[in-house]
Write a protein that binds this ligand. Structure first.
Ligand SMILES: CC(C)(COP(=O)(O)OP(=O)(O)OC[C@H]1O[C@@H](n2cnc3c(N)ncnc32)[C@H](O)[C@@H]1OP(=O)(O)O)[C@@H](O)C(=O)NCCC(=O)NCCS
Length: 138
């Protein structure tokens, strides 16, 4: 992305809130997490929060950071009165993220596109996880 596009994405997109993930021991930045407000119903006051995480430093993966960071985000967002759900999607073959999302308290809903989460995704096989269960009424 160009500098202008990155500026727009990180500084001006008011629908997303970005967080830098640091290791507590020495404060080294190792990744980022964001949540993004989505509205999939006719009620504009009800927000579905999309989570997205990247541990950019491969050496810190597999140590519980991804699960813990997403669990904290879920806990925080579920505390907001406007929250309808928290959801995330990932590639079917991304077993680490699929397990991390489960550990963060999300349920697997099935493949994307999904009627409850009409998001556009790049080519490939994607699976969506949500704080809402498969059976929960909309
Ligand atoms: C995906 C990601 C966020 C997971 O975070 P993490 O800190 O590495 O994962 P955790 O240490 O919390 O582990 C999550 C679980 O996945 C399991 N896991 C890790 N790698 C795995 C793999 N290759 N296959 C199967 N399970 C795996 C872990 O064992 C753990 O489960 P357990 O506690 O039951 O043993 C992180 O690896 C990452 O940023 N990867 C690159 C970017 C990415 O894929 N982002 C998500 C894309 S949408």
């Amino acid at each position: 992305m160009s500098a202008a596009q990155l500026r727009e994405l990180f500084l001006r997109d008011r629908l997303r809130e970005y967080f830098l993930i640091r290791l507590l021991a020495d404060g080294t930045p190792v990744g980022r997490l964001y949540w993004r407000a989505r509205c999939f119903t006719s009620d504009a006051s009800k927000i579905d929060w999309e989570l997205n995480i990247l541990l950019a430093e491969p050496g810190v993966r597999g140590r519980g950071l991804g699960s813990a960071a997403q669990a904290l985000a879920v806990q925080h967002l579920l505390g907001r009165p406007s929250t309808r759900s928290v959801f995330a999607y990932t590639a079917v073959e991304n077993h680490a993220e699929r397990r991390a999302l489960q550990k963060a308290g999300l349920h697997e809903l099935g493949p994307l596109p999904h009627p409850r989460y009409p998001v556009s995704v790049p080519d490939g096989d994607w699976v969506v996880y949500s704080t809402r269960s498969r059976t929960a009424a909309d």
